[in-house]
Design a protein around this ligand. Sequence first.
Ligand SMILES: N[C@@H]1[C@@H](O)[C@H](O)[C@@H](COP(=O)(O)O)O[C@@H]1O
Length: 234
Amino acid sequence: MQIIKVNTPEDGGNEGVRIISNALKNNRLNCLGLATGSTPITLYQAIIAQHINMQHVVSVNLDEYVGLSAKHPQSYHQFMQKKLFDKVNFKANYLPNGDATVIADEIKRYNDIIAKNPIDIQILGIGENGHIGFNEPGTSFDSKTHLVDLTANTIKANARFFENIADVPTQAITMGIQQIMAAKQIIMLAYGTKKAQAIANMIKGPIVENMPASILQNHKNVIVIADGAALSLL
Ligand SMILES: N[C@@H]1[C@@H](O)[C@H](O)[C@@H](COP(=O)(O)O)O[C@@H]1O
């Protein structure tokens, strides 16, 4: 893993754009895997500020809450719309539909989308418990898109986006670990001391399903963009 230490999340966003722009210039970016959460926001701001042309790029997001429609203010659809898609036109934007009547059909649809759009660069954040996407500890490294019961830890961490913890959905649909690992390049973003333990386990801990991000040690092209606080336990 290559580690790029940055001073601020804004610098991290600019570093991410530098890598994305290089791939675009070399015609190596047809599909960009996107993530939600507060961490990638500065990357999206930098994409907007630098007027990066994404009109030939398809985006595929990692996950969506079950039970929230694309219009729900806390859905990841709305998050992506507000933070990026309102300002930057892509060829197409794909996210799982958390409001699907038959989840099994939606999982199949999303697996087909990922199969048809091989991911060139996947953006990732990390949960405090080491989750990537919504692949919680214990998820099989062979997983594809699946339905997840969110852990109490994740529900608590994500409650800050909702009025009340009881409003946080308890399930999500997420891209699987096998599909994340199939991306040609992965950019992991992490800022702040809350992420330090997960980042240390990801980089130098044992590769175990209880620490989902540890599988990234087996990927040939991972760039970790992080600040000193997130790297402080290495
Ligand atoms: N599903 C998302 C993850 O993709 C994200 O990495 C994580 C961390 O979020 P944050 O960046 O806000 O710390 O939150 C959610 O659980």
